[in-house]
Design a protein around this ligand. Structure first.
Ligand code: PGA
Length: 259
């Protein structure tokens, strides 16, 4: 894992956008997109680069990490709708190039299998954006998720439902269940970008990157991946024991090395 501590959330967004831009400009690309508040700055950066600096996504396809069970794609809080509103409708990434899970599939287990197969048929994900939940989840892989899990149904923790209530009119409207790529699925993406911004993420982030690999902190499964870039602001980094080491290493990183 490479852990890069940057002063602010805006710096995190720029660095994440740099990595995605480099991937997209390199040729046909499969992007793994996350929803939630954390990647919004990154999406704004990419939209700005699309509008003003010729960054085109016509060679890209995208797969979402997860979806609420019970919300149709047309629901404003479905992740299909959210990603369109926050990112893909504002760049040249057509809706047929953006793939997500069907939250109202009659057979969610079959939907999960279909999704796994469609990621595989696309050649796998080149670069995957990830946020981290305050309980250590990535995607919606809540604590005790199998480190080898594939796309499936999960039940959200009370903490996650509370954290996500801000997006809904009524906290009781947050669905109990979701479909999410598993930790095994996520770990097949070729490059993982884990983003964390703000002090509320400090504890989960420290457990994920410096704690043991353990299902109780699902994001710790990323330690098993060969290419993870962790981009955090100073508030989210505040509980990392080895902050000085990460900053020293990044400060002396050769320019040519990239992320
Ligand atoms: P957030 O959520 O980006 O809205 O903080 C992250 C997550 O739950 O994975």
């Amino acid at each position: 894992m490479e852990i890069i501590i940057l002063p602010t959330g805006a710096d995190v967004a720029r660095a994440a956008a740099d990595a995605i831009e480099e991937q997209v400009r390199s040729g046909p690309s499969v992007l793994g997109l996350a929803t939630g508040s954390t990647p919004l700055g990154t999406y704004q950066e990419l939209i700005e680069r699309h509008r003003n600096y010729g960054l085109s996504f016509t060679n890209a396809r995208a797969f979402l990490l997860d979806e609420y069970l019970g919300l149709p794609a047309t629901h404003p809080q479905s992740y299909h709708s959210v990603i369109r509103k926050e990112f893909t409708d504002s760049v040249d990434l057509g809706s047929d190039a953006v793939h997500g899970l069907n939250g109202v599939a009659a057979d969610p287990a079959a939907e999960a299998l279909r999704y796994e197969a469609s990621i595989e048929a696309a050649g796998g994900v080149d670069i995957q954006i990830l946020g981290i939940g305050t309980d250590g989840h990535v995607g919606f892989n809540e604590p005790m998720s199998s480190l080898a899990s594939r796309t499936r149904i999960k039940t959200l923790t009370r903490q996650t439902r509370k954290d996500n209530a801000r997006f809904f009119e009524n906290p009781a409207d947050v669905p109990d269940h979701v479909l999410t790529q598993g930790l095994g699925t996520i770990r097949q993406a070729r490059h993982l970008l884990l983003l964390a911004v703000g002090a509320t993420k400090a504890q989960a982030l420290a457990a994920a990157v410096e704690g043991p690999v353990a299902a109780v902190c699902p994001a710790s499964a990323l330690q098993l991946h060969p290419h993870v870039t962790v981009l955090v602001d100073s508030a989210a980094a505040s509980k990392l024991a080895h902050r000085d080491y990460y900053q020293d290493t990044f400060g002396r990183k050769p320019q040519w090395q990239g992320l």
